[in-house]
Unconditional design. Structure first.
Length: 162
């Protein structure tokens, strides 16, 4: 992203590397194949580690207990026990919450215990995505700024794995 910020009078760009992973329950691959593919891609693209992992959940769908347990175990297997310190939950489809006249705070107050526990694990680092009143560029900038705030809070630490 060009012109992301300024430092010492110079414009700074931001390079974001994204690895969109397969979902075992929603793909033709076995859980073992999914894990192997993700592990290979992590080592190839993030060999120096990563600053932030994003765990993407749909705000408009209930959390499936079995998928949730599998996903958290997979993340821990791949990233190690410190994954919680480097993860932000991204809730998509926030526009559907708004259409149902549910605020983000109300959504979180009525969240199931499983989701509460997840947010506790990641020190309540979360953000909502999907507002109709923002352009894609505006929303991307908002989200990247929030992620950068979380990364700064961690002192730009990197999560190293295997």
């Amino acid at each position: 992203m060009p012109n992301f910020g300024r430092r010492l009078g110079k414009e700074l760009g931001l390079r974001v590397h994204v690895l969109d992973t397969l979902g075992a329950p929603h793909s033709q691959f076995s859980q073992k194949q999914v894990k192997q593919e993700i592990e290979t891609a992590l080592l190839r693209h993030f060999h120096e580690g990563l600053h932030m992992a994003l765990l993407v959940l749909r705000a408009d769908l209930p959390l499936c207990e079995e998928e949730h347990r599998y996903t958290l175990q997979l993340v821990e297997d791949l990233l190690g026990p410190r994954w919680k310190n480097f993860t932000t939950v991204v809730f998509t489809h926030a526009d559907k919450l708004r259409a149902a006249k549910i605020s983000e705070d109300a959504y979180l107050r009525t969240a199931p215990d499983t989701l509460d526990a997840l947010l506790d694990m990641v020190q309540h680092r979360y953000l909502f995505k999907g507002y109709e009143d923002h352009t894609i560029t505006q929303e991307r900038t908002i989200i990247l700024n929030q992620i950068m705030d979380y990364i700064r809070e961690k002192g730009y630490q990197v999560l190293e794995f295997r």
